[in-house]
Design a protein around this ligand. Sequence first.
Ligand SMILES: Nc1ncnc2c1ncn2[C@@H]1O[C@H](COP(=O)(O)OP(=O)(O)OP(=O)(O)O)[C@@H](O)[C@H]1O
Length: 252
Amino acid sequence: MRKVILEVDNLVKTYKGKEVEIEALKGISFNLYAGEFVAIMGTSGSGKSTLLNVLGALDEPTSGHIRLNGVNSEDFFVEPKATDYRRENIGFIFQAYNLLKDLTVEENISLPLLLKNESKETIDRKTANMIERMGLTKWKKHRPVQLSGGQQQRIAIGRALIGDPPILLADELTGNLDANTSSEILDVLTSMKKELNQSILVVTHDSKVATYADRVLFFHDGKITNEYECSGDKDLEKIMKISQDILKGANE
Ligand SMILES: Nc1ncnc2c1ncn2[C@@H]1O[C@H](COP(=O)(O)OP(=O)(O)OP(=O)(O)O)[C@@H](O)[C@H]1O
């Protein structure tokens, strides 16, 4: 039986403004399994970023539960526990890389281990290993600005993975990259998935990204309206068709 890493159970998020309430998530439930790559696609404003924020304990849900490795989320959302939860459990990857510009490649990648107070020996060994895995050895003393977009995203992936987080959350990780570099980054991600049995959740507008996933969840109006099991590149047309249908339905 496949091991469940993340259980999302009836998640609701309501933003309360002075005049209006916006129900961004209207009861989202799904499981993420060990070593599974799930892509989330959907209409604009359908709640994808809200979901990532809640899963990353950057925002608190109005109701519902998250269980990560069997641990209930009740306490995740209150500081300082939220910071501990993020540090121990989540690797984040963003569209804009979010690297520290004054730090070198190796300093950026090693940061999560420094924050975890790991020993110098462990930090040096794990960082050198991750830099090599990401193909960045030649550039380890460079600053991010001296590197290409694809190389910067590889720094971000290395930084996200170095602390062995149970899940990786990515928001439009190829949004700033051209088609070739996007494929290269997705190849890096899928090889890490296989090597480390890494569980990955990616929010994307790009159907190509979804073809690298094992499963695609389609969001519309705060709900999961469709789910699709993938099996490689040949599914691109089908994924594009489903996402176009959802967008068409949303505009009718
Ligand atoms: N901080 C906030 N306060 C109030 N409303 C918010 C807030 N963040 C998001 N929303 C609203 O919640 C809904 C879902 O937004 P969200 O950003 O999660 O959608 P999305 O699917 O990520 O959209 P996109 O694909 O355009 O990035 C939208 O109606 C949005 O306006």
